[in-house]
Design a protein around this ligand. Structure first.
Ligand code: NAP
Length: 310
């Protein structure tokens, strides 16, 4: 009998137990699913989240895959004890949440909604914003989340540019790739969305030099990872007007320390890492699909490339 160890934290188990069992049943997979592990050597699959039970993967000698519940894998990918295949989460509900967060915050800045929502002096300013196709948007990262957000923004009418590691051709998007393509992707962008993973290569992608390439007064949306932005460079660019607003969901330290200048800055919006979360109902189906595939000898989906780090 297949043994599945739910090592994603006791607090998550109540939300996942039923959806996982239902997904196993529907997929015709007979398995023992437990949040406890009596003998690591008997475990076939590990359902994992950082901060859970496992630091050392060495005793899990039979394990065929570690199935991460998070899209980001930076807290596990460098674990030297992990020899088993690692899969990240690509959950349709998580993707939908990210699309809604990005679209909502992009439209807030595009329409200048704040002027009307907070208007204590009752200023009658009938200035209209440009229409979407006059406001270029750049999405850094064209993976599961970046591509879905780019498609939604494109559907509204924004001219879209995207940037990824490898070369891509995507209908409706101007694409650039690699270090040499970054400046082209950023030059003149009025809204920038960061949906890159945390790796050594993506650290401080937005820095003094790259922030200066954006259209004056540009808005930044960062639901990716905090380390993608050089904090001091961003604060300087906000203070000198090069950046009009930054909406930040992720930070180098979370929760964001109370004395961090982002909290008090009038043109920074802090959201507490809520852009998108994995939803148990849909994520359970994703996890079980991978288990069923592995049992059938099919390749795993959403496999992490350990050398690239995502
Ligand atoms: N705030 C939240 O609530 C939340 C929720 C979920 C995820 N996230 C974050 O969102 C990130 C993206 O998720 P995802 O599922 O879209 O990841 P993904 O499918 O792995 O896509 C990552 C994208 O980044 C690109 N990339 C990686 N390294 C690069 C580099 N050095 N230069 C240029 N492009 C690079 C990849 O390029 P290639 O296509 O060429 O490989 C790919 O297009 C996650 O890693 C996580 O940090 C945040």
């Amino acid at each position: 009998m297949i043994q599945i160890y739910f090592a994603a934290g006791a607090a998550r188990w109540p939300a996942y137990a039923l959806p996982l069992r239902a997904a196993l049943h529907d997929a015709g997979v007979t398995a023992v699913l437990s949040p406890f592990c009596a003998d690591p050597a008997l475990v076939d699959y590990i359902i994992f989240a950082p901060g859970g039970e496992i630091e050392d993967f060495t005793p899990f000698t039979r394990c065929k895959a570690v199935l991460n519940l998070w899209a980001g894998v930076e807290k596990i990918v460098g674990n030297p004890t992990l020899a088993q295949p690692l899969c990240r989460m690509v959950d349709p509900a998580l993707t939908q949440g990210m699309v809604e967060w990005v679209l909502g915050h992009a439209l807030r800045h595009h329409l200048g909604m704040d002027r009307h929502i907070v208007n204590p002096d009752h200023i009658w300013d009938p200035t209209c914003p440009p229409v979407a196709w006059e406001r270029p948007v750049t999405v850094l990262g064209l993976g599961a989340l970046g591509l879905a957000c780019a498609a939604a923004l494109r559907a509204v009418g924004f001219p879209l540019t995207g940037w990824s590691r490898g070369e891509k051709q995507i209908e409706g998007l101007v694409t650039h790739h690699g270090a040499q393509g970054l400046a082209k992707a950023l030059t003149g962008a009025a809204i920038v969305v960061l949906l890159l993973p945390k790796t050594a290569a993506t650290e401080n992608i937005l820095n003094r030099e790259t922030l200066a390439l954006l259209a004056p007064g540009a808005a930044i949306l960062n639901p990716g990872r905090g380390h993608l932005i050089e904090d001091d460079a961003l604060l300087d660019a906000l203070n000198n007007g090069q950046i009009g607003h930054a909406t930040l969901d992720v930070f180098r330290e979370e929760p964001l320390p109370q004395d961090h200048p982002f909290w008090a800055h009038p043109r920074v919006t802090v959201t507490p890492h809520v852009a998108a979360e994995t939803r148990p109902a849909s994520a359970s189906r994703v996890v079980v699909e991978n288990i069923a595939r592995a049992e059938a000898g099919a390749p795993l989906l959403h496999l992490v490339d350990r050398a690239r780090g995502y």
